[in-house]
Write a protein that binds this ligand. Structure first.
Ligand SMILES: [Mg+2]
Length: 205
């Protein structure tokens, strides 16, 4: 029969090793690895540090299109977004575009131009499209970050699926009726004076 002293020692050892793993955010405990270190917000896509994403265990990015990469009226582009995507791909990150936009030709154009698979209309925040994207990338939720501009679609979808999320500032665009009422609650305004690129469609033909 075991002595109470041995039982206590064993329990103590188990607790100590659990605590160590908990502090280190070890996957064996089912905790989301280092997700607390990801920034919650960024001005633009290109301002997010690729190395930092990798350090936090991110292997795939579900990307929003409208007002994240290009404004929905096709007037502005997020500066250096394409370059950033190329760099991230070289660093081994996978991408998938989920757009709620109903103009499929537009999503197809950017999907082809950026060489990223896409799905539209994705019906965000409902999980099926996010699950489809994760299955396509063959990644689990803890290795995927959703990057977008809207909390009610991108963030809620990420949260429902267990992915992490980074909100970028919304590119300037004519506000819809609901954005006039509730936009400030779900979007982060583009910082005044921050660099922004005009979208010249002739360069993309
Ligand atoms: Mg958007």
């Amino acid at each position: 029969m075991r002595q109470p002293k041995d039982v206590f020692r064993k329990l103590s050892r188990t607790f100590t090793s659990w605590l160590r793993l908990r502090i280190q955010g070890d996957d064996r405990l089912g905790f989301k690895r280092n997700l607390h270190r990801l920034p919650r917000q960024a001005d633009t896509l290109a301002s997010i540090e690729i190395d930092w994403l990798k350090t936090c265990g991110i292997q795939g990015i579900i990307l929003d299109l409208d007002n994240t990469i290009v404004s929905e009226d096709d007037r502005y582009l997020s500066p250096r977004a394409q370059e950033w995507i190329t760099q991230a791909k070289l660093a081994g990150l996978q991408f998938f575009i989920l757009s709620n936009g109903k103009r499929r030709y537009r999503v197809k154009f950017w999907s082809h131009h950026l060489d990223i698979p896409s799905l539209s209309p994705a019906k965000k925040p409902f999980p099926p499209a996010f699950r489809h994207a994760m299955a396509h990338m063959q990644l689990r939720a803890k290795h995927v970050v959703v990057i977008g501009d809207s909390l009610h679609t991108d963030f809620v979808g990420a949260w429902l699926c267990g992915c992490s999320y980074i909100q970028v500032a919304t590119l300037p665009h004519p506000p819809r009726w609901w954005e006039k009422l509730a936009g400030k609650w779900v979007q982060q305004p583009y910082p005044p004076g921050h660099e922004i690129w005009e979208f010249d469609v002739t360069k993309y033909r």
